[in-house]
Design a protein around this ligand. Structure first.
Ligand code: FEO
Length: 405
């Protein structure tokens, strides 16, 4: 694969993974990239590795620039296997290289690879490494995305190599945001950023805000942000920082997501008048059928909307399993600044809607009550009630949304 010089003597030597559709359970319809960077300085330095199956690709890329045995420093910003899976094969080509990694990274790496013959130096925030004309500054970013994580700032190049942060699962022939936007609409890039954030970084919003504030306080001049996934922010790095600040604050569209599943179509029949009620209040509404949609798509649509209604049948007096999976998944992502309610059908006893509210309340989100339930199959009268329920929910979403304008 052709390497790309992103800054003088700093090269992208990564991999485009066009084919991946399941990224540890997370659906990636647009593939991804594993970005790593070779710095041809007095001390040849590699920043980050790639996934195991692409070891030979990145080694081939490096060989077009230098003999891999000349690499003397390997910076490991993050040990998750999509970045570190190839480290064993890479180190077999550069056995003399010194690995720079956080203390927690070293402990984790020792679990993933046989490190006994490698030279490893641990670094912490504020540590630097001069490699010639460039100086690398390390900044720990614990939990962004794992406890070991750090970023590497190349001062003289005004380049932040940010590992997972600011990334997107997006396989493209373009390497930079300005190139991508010359070929594709902005929406595609923004949607990929939101998808990645919603599914991976949503729980860490406050940490993200604090880390961005720390970078601002340090006065780091940044004119390029190079994440380990997706496009590199060259044309407008400020855009991705602002997007992250907005997402960390729980910014959402004035819209509603209806996330539901159904057994004999009764709950499904309720979604239509509810959606029409929402629409007639002038609020956009997307209906996500859990049985037909990957979980990560439902999570993204939940995250983009200010309000979400959960639709569940009752099965054995509790929530329908796919809806329970969605709610518990959302709960683990610790969302904020969202309004939620629930509706559903039952045959006898009920319980699904009641339990949905119990789970929603545990998330600490704004709650729209009461929910609406129908027995067996909605009648024409029930459908009218569903329509009014949708209208009322949309009115409450509009009112709640004003708090964030
Ligand atoms: Fe792209 Fe946390 O790994």
């Amino acid at each position: 694969m052709k390497t790309v010089e992103i800054k003088p003597d700093i090269y992208w030597v990564g991999v485009i993974d066009w084919a991946i559709r399941d990224f540890h359970g997370y659906v990636t319809p647009h593939g991804t990239t594993y970005n790593n960077f070779l710095i041809k300085d007095e001390q040849v330095t590699l920043v980050d590795c790639v996934k195991h199956e692409f070891a030979s690709t990145t080694i081939g890329n490096i060989k077009t620039l230098v003999d891999p045995s000349k690499v003397v420093n390997l910076i490991v910003n993050h040990i998750e296997p999509d970045h570190c899976g190839a480290i064993g094969e890479l180190m077999s080509f550069m056995p003399q290289a010194t690995i720079y990694i956080t203390e927690r990274g070293k402990k984790g790496l020792e679990r993933y690879a046989d490190t006994s013959s490698w030279t490893i130096k641990t670094v912490k925030s504020g540590d630097t490494l001069n490699i010639g004309k460039y100086t690398l500054h390390f900044l720990e970013t614990p939990m962004l995305h794992w406890p070991d994580s750090m970023v590497t700032y190349v001062k003289e190049a005004k380049l932040l190599i940010s590992q997972d942060a600011f990334g997107q699962h997006l396989a493209t022939s373009q390497r930079f945001d300005d190139e991508f936007l010359g070929c594709y609409p902005l929406f595609e890039l923004e949607d990929a950023v939101k998808d990645y954030y919603a599914n991976i970084l949503m729980p860490f919003g406050q940490l993200i805000k604090a880390k961005i504030a720390e970078i601002v306080k340090l006065g780091l001049e940044i004119d390029m942000i190079a994440p380990d996934h997706g496009i590199i922010w060259r044309g407008n790095p400020g855009k991705i920082i602002q997007m992250y600040l907005d997402m960390a604050d729980g910014k959402a569209d004035l819209s509603v997501a209806i996330v539901y599943d159904t057994m004999w179509h009764s709950t499904e029949m309720m979604t239509i008048p509810i959606m029409e009620g929402i629409k007639d209040e002038g609020v956009g509404c997307k209906v996500i059928t859990l049985r037909a949609s990957p979980m990560s798509v439902a999570i993204k649509e939940f995250w983009k909307a200010r309000g979400t209604l959960i639709g569940t049948p009752t099965l054995n007096n509790v929530i329908f399993p796919s809806v329970a999976e969605f709610l518990y998944h959302v709960g683990g992502l610790r969302p904020k600044n969202r309004l939620m309610g629930a509706f559903g059908s039952y045959g006898w006893g009920g319980g699904g809607v009641k339990e949905s509210y119990e789970v929603i309340k545990k998330m600490g989100l704004e709650v729209f009550e009461p929910g609406i339930q129908v027995i067996y199959k909605p009648t024409a009268e029930d459908k009218l009630k569903c329509y009014e329920f949708g209208r009322e929910f949309a009115r409450k979403v509009k009112e709640y949304h004003k708090k964030f304008e």
